[in-house]
Design a protein around this ligand. Sequence first.
Ligand code: PEP
Ligand code: MN
Length: 321
Amino acid sequence: MRIAGQVSLDDIPNICPLLSRAVNPQYGEKGTRVVDVAGVRFGGEQAVVIGGPCAVESHAQTVGLARAVKRAGAVMLRGGAYKPRTSPHDFQGSGLEGLCILSVAREETGLPIVTEVMDPRMVGEVARVADMLQIGSRNMHNYSLLAEVGRVGKPILLKRGMSASLCEWLGAAEYIAKQGNLNIVLCERGIRGFPSGEYSRYVLDLNVIPAAKMLTFLPIVVDPSHATGVSAMVEPASRAALEMGSHGLLIEVADYTFGEPKCDGLQAIDAATLARIVEFARARREEPEVRSQKTVAAAANLPRHRREVRSQESEVSSLPT
Ligand code: PEP
Ligand code: MN
């Protein structure tokens, strides 16, 4: 039986001609597009560990945590200036002031920043500060926001919608790519399943990592913080994600000397735990012979729809999946 609107993974080459591995043979069976964020290479030879608070709350808290995250060995800072909260009466983030604090934290530590943008009207403002724009789970289906961040040209961290299929997630990435921006990193952050909320916040779908890698050349990372919602689960979930082939981790960190976090404190880890995760990630460094083949397809072999984005072609690394 055929049903209107139903798609399957076999449709990915049609849904995602710009991002599908099948339609872009220059990436081969295992090649990954390296997404460079101010020198941090997603999909390169080393897994990328990003740490920082759920929300930017104050100068002291964010700069203090940025320093701790750097000392722990993480290479990027996360922190939301705009927060998508369940209740409109809860803390919504510190907005423009939060963006200023993030830029101070970058100056102090040199860590590139990833922060969420929720509103198409704010994309320019957020992109002035952010090295990488985060599209949150709740906005993965916001097609006008996806097009807007695609136009602005900064690398994008695209979280998976909490109830999104892989087809829908890759389709969302294609909306960004269609605007000429292929610098997209996918982020699995847990999906709704029947035990969600019983012993963990969401269900961490590690199987999607190899599945996504089969279908697209985009790098993929995991957010074990939102996926589990339990700080004690974050370290083992991080290790499991790396074992399943994740190109990196996005982790929430807190330090209670700056006060209790205004959101997501129960899933935040301390800097010492982050340091252990970084150590584990570094120990998994890929062997030189299996990494980094600088490749780009001959222009003549590219299908028509690829020509428009050819100028965006960059480095491809070949990592075992
Ligand atoms: C976040 O990373 O701060 C966040 C809100 O995550 P998600 O969109 O995955 O819920
Ligand atoms: Mn959070």
